[in-house]
Design a protein around this ligand. Structure first.
Ligand SMILES: *[C@@H]1O[C@H](CO)[C@@H](O)[C@H](O)[C@H]1NC(C)=O
Ligand SMILES: *[C@@H]1O[C@H](CO)[C@@H](O)[C@H](O)[C@H]1NC(C)=O
Ligand SMILES: *[C@@H]1O[C@H](CO)[C@@H](O)[C@H](O)[C@H]1NC(C)=O
Ligand SMILES: *[C@@H]1O[C@H](CO)[C@@H](O)[C@H](O)[C@H]1NC(C)=O
Length: 117
């Protein structure tokens, strides 16, 4: 009984912390911007984190992308669309890369590990 009460208090306490510091970051804070590169069909991509929590293991949905990407540096985006080998992308940090594809690909962030300090 005491344990349950403690657990409940902890949950409420943590809830209050989150409220006090506002919404924790989400996948939406991984901002992907892209524009046509110097030459068709190159695209220049800029991925940034606009939230104060660090995000690592950032992964995009590549179901329809991987076949076309010999052009991307795997240390920046590997064939599973894991960004910078899973290393953390801190607040306001950005990563850029380019790819070759006749149509612009929409990068959808599907997972990440969010760490707020
Ligand atoms: C971060 O970027 C997203 C997507 O562009 C936007 O909706 C959100 O308002 C931005 N947040 C901040 C804190 O700038
Ligand atoms: C990516 O965009 C951010 C702003 O959203 C900018 O500060 C940063 O310099 C850009 N990075 C590169 C490598 O172009
Ligand atoms: C990834 O994209 C494919 C189609 O483009 C879709 O079928 C699939 O559900 C997506 N996966 C996730 C985890 O969103
Ligand atoms: C990323 O940006 C840096 C500095 O702006 C540039 O030197 C580098 O070539 C770019 N990398 C790619 C893959 O576009």
């Amino acid at each position: 009984m005491a344990t349950i009460f403690k657990l409940l208090s902890l949950t409420i306490f943590l809830g209050l912390i989150f409220q006090a510091y506002g919404q924790p970051c989400s996948l939406n804070n991984i901002v992907v911007k892209q524009k046509p590169g110097k030459e068709f069909p190159w695209w220049d991509v800029n991925v940034s984190n606009n939230c104060s929590c660090t995000q690592s293991q950032v992964k995009f949905n590549c179901t329809e992308f991987t076949d076309y990407t010999p052009s991307v540096d795997p240390s920046i985006l590997n064939k599973n669309c894991l960004l910078i080998q899973g290393r953390p992308l801190h607040y306001s940090e950005s990563v850029n890369f380019s790819y070759v594809l006749t149509e612009q690909f929409t990068f959808q962030t599907i997972s990440s590990e969010i760490a707020c300090s």
